[in-house]
Ligand binder design. Sequence first.
Ligand code: FAD
Length: 456
Amino acid sequence: MEKEIVIIGAGLTGLTLAFLLKQQGRSILLLEKETRTGGQIRTFREGGFCFESGPNTGVISCPEVAELFQQLAPNGDLLETAREESKRRLIWKGDRFEPLPSGLLSAIRTPLFSLRDKLRILGEPFRAGGVNPDETVGELTERRLGKSFLQYAVDPFLSGVYAGDPMKLVTRHALPKLYRLEQEYGSFIRGSLAKAKQPVTARDKLATKQVFSTCGGLESLIRALTKAVGEAQTETGARNIRIHPRNEKWEVRYETEAGTKSLEARYVITTVGAYALPALLPFLPDEELMPVSRLHYAPVMQVSAGFCSTGGVNYQAFGGLIPSCEKKRALGILFPSACFRERAPREGALFSFFLGGVKQAELLELDDEAIRKLVIGYCHEMLKIPDEITPDLIRIFRHPQAIPQYDKNSDDRLRAIRKIESRLPGLILAGNLRDGIGMADRIRQAVSIANQFINI
Ligand SMILES: Cc1cc2nc3c(=O)[nH]c(=O)nc-3n(C[C@H](O)[C@H](O)[C@H](O)COP(=O)(O)OP(=O)(O)OC[C@H]3O[C@@H](n4cnc5c(N)ncnc54)[C@H](O)[C@@H]3O)c2cc1C
């Protein structure tokens, strides 16, 4: 068998790429080791609840996301944007969730930040720019905004996005837009004001920054992509895939229930986690691949807690994040039923707890009973659900290698990827080992790679 392009991994990146390349009329094969497509994205239904085991929401942060939905469902019945209330974000401080300020008055009044830092922020436009290209997000925030902004805004934000440590994530790689704001404009405030005044094209306007899911949960997006790629172009249950260079092409061997298969391809694009590359590419010397494969992934546990009734407690918000200085054993709690339709029975609510991350990796070792107790305790203590009400549903999902950490090794990793790709034409190392960790980043990367093929 011969294909022009073989894509390894049928998560969001691989599926989007396969969809776009198929649209170009390319001969493709999408290989996935599991018996299902979707990778980290998976939706479950039980007892009137609709819950996710991986990501709950994405952000329409770039036009590519909006365009993908337009192509997949021109009648608009796939995309579900979050209710207006989801703009409200909460941060835990002391014994309650406080709203994150959304305007000047609330910023002055909020108890989240110290008076000193609130006053210091007036001087932010005049503070000197950073000179260390490897400055961490934590160092940058403390330098420009002050410690309380680090503790009660940036630390919980990075827990929510990266399950990471602000003192280890390098701004240039983890939050490149923030890095560029300081480098290009000398200040976050001046940069944001200047950017707001810049002319935007009709395409730029597609990036609405709205929070999204898809109708019936994120797996609907996976189903739509899987259908569009087509069965003939997809092989699930492809185990022990091994890739070798052969006569300026690539030989791809793998095992299926039907036996060992082998095919030739002009291009191979991997979209798997960095840790999976050594087994896929056994011909690459360890030292050449090591700067890539050693990328650390934060472990994350997600626990869905569903209530048929919350005893009147009603959270109209996106969710609450928990600063690490508050010493709780959770990173944050999302409120999917407050954001999207049909996530919980009427009168009920669905909450999604995130635990673990780089700072509390050991929590993933707890047994299910200990996790149930922890989460039920937080439902009462943090969500203030009356003690006599217990969850009607608790489901626990462990992700030992969930979110890549773009730390100080990132330059070495990116250099190694470029070197491998230029030494071995036709091999492309994609996926979340570069170009961002969120769903929007994954879609944008797939579009960018697919576009490289247009003139080939
Ligand atoms: C708990 C959790 C919460 C998250 N929350 C959010 C969020 O709120 N918002 C957001 O935007 N993003 C979130 N993300 C990130 C988001 O899920 C990812 O960006 C996205 O789903 C990754 O897609 P991918 O295709 O790059 O990788 P994956 O989904 O990991 O897909 C890779 C695929 O490759 C397959 N594979 C691996 N090894 C092999 C092999 N050797 N051979 C063949 N196939 C292989 C895997 O089985 C998988 O299907 C979250 C992730 C997790 C884990």
